[in-house]
Design a protein around this ligand. Structure first.
Ligand SMILES: Nc1ncnc2c1ncn2[C@@H]1O[C@H](COP(=O)(O)OP(=O)(O)OP(=O)(O)O)[C@@H](O)[C@H]1O
Length: 275
């Protein structure tokens, strides 16, 4: 997509002074953020900084407090009201919440790896008897499993897989529709280091192929070169926001983690050392 088109299309996400309050505390506090198509962004913050809350706002699992001025706190693709299924078809998400939903709500996880990937076409947690699945869809689902080195999991049931295997299948599910927008919430949790490396290489290819990535993580090592914008969270607030070059440094990370940390690396690979 060219630079001009990026501004003609409505932004993927517009948060304007979004506040979420629990037990009298603002767990997300007047949070404003606009992310446009092709603006690959990493949202980074320590435990409890509000990352999952941010994702749940996007997926409409929770709602923010209404703004006094009437401005909608969250708009997705230019709209503040969505039918959830419609919204889900525009976004692919991999998160621990999704993993839990599959394992606990989908016939207690008794669904094959291939069928999990196929559910990606319907943005659902299971397949229903009335759904017709074409050979093409099955073919694409198998291809997505190949991408994640997970073909051996096609016939295995989810409740019989290791955590990392489930994660690979869910990532295949997210990729099966060639999504416009891919939201990854701590995506490499439970992946071994080889699987993590392969996954990141795969995500790089997906992003190079015109999918916009929003990565939510506390692993700085996951910031792939294609990510150019960094948002750092602290205590439910946006602490720093800007280009990777200006934001991702030892000083800012030490600030949000309230501890001296040292960042080494370049555009290819980052490593954090805790002092
Ligand atoms: N339902 C809730 N009731 C009360 N407090 C909550 C609730 N949900 C989240 N919180 C609090 O809000 C803060 C932000 O939580 P959130 O899960 O968004 O953090 P996070 O950045 O995703 O953390 P982690 O890296 O540990 O996953 C935390 O202090 C958490 O304890």
């Amino acid at each position: 997509m060219n630079h001009k088109a990026q501004y003609i299309q409505p932004p993927i996400l517009e948060m304007s002074e979004a506040t979420v309050r629990r037990d009298g505390i603002n767990i997300l506090d007047r949070f404003s953020l606009t992310i446009r198509m092709n603006e690959n962004t990493a949202i980074i913050g320590p435990n409890g900084s509000g990352k999952s809350t941010f994702i749940k706002l996007i997926t409409q699992d929770i709602y923010p407090i209404a703004n006094k001025n009437g401005a909608p706190p969250v708009r997705m693709f230019g709209k503040n009201h969505w039918i959830l299924e419609e919204l889900k078809s525009k976004l692919s998400i991999v998160s621990s919440d999704l993993q839990n939903s599959f394992l606990h709500n989908t016939k207690e996880g008794h669904i094959s790896g291939l069928d999990v990937v196929v559910t990606g076409f319907f943005s659902s947690l299971r397949l229903f008897p009335h759904q017709t699945i074409s050979d093409e869809q099955y073919g694409k689902a198998k291809d997505a499993l190949i991408l994640m080195n997970a073909t051996h999991l096609a016939d295995k049931f989810l409740d019989e897989m290791s955590t990392g295997e489930v994660r690979r299948v869910l990532i295949s599910r997210a990729l099966v529709t060639n999504p416009e927008v891919l939201i990854l919430d701590e995506p490499t949790t439970a992946l071994d280091f080889v699987a993590r490396h392969k996954f990141m290489e795969q995500i790089r290819k997906v992003v190079q192929n015109d999918t916009t990535l929003i990565l939510v993580t506390h692993h700085i090592e996951e910031v792939i070169p294609e990510i150019e914008r960094i948002v750092l969270l602290k205590n439910g607030r946006k602490a720093f926001d800007g280009s990777k070059k200006e934001i991702l440094n030892s000083e800012n990370l030490s600030d949000i983690y309230d501890h001296p940390v040292k960042l080494n690396g370049n555009n290819k690979l980052f490593k954090v050392h805790v002092d």
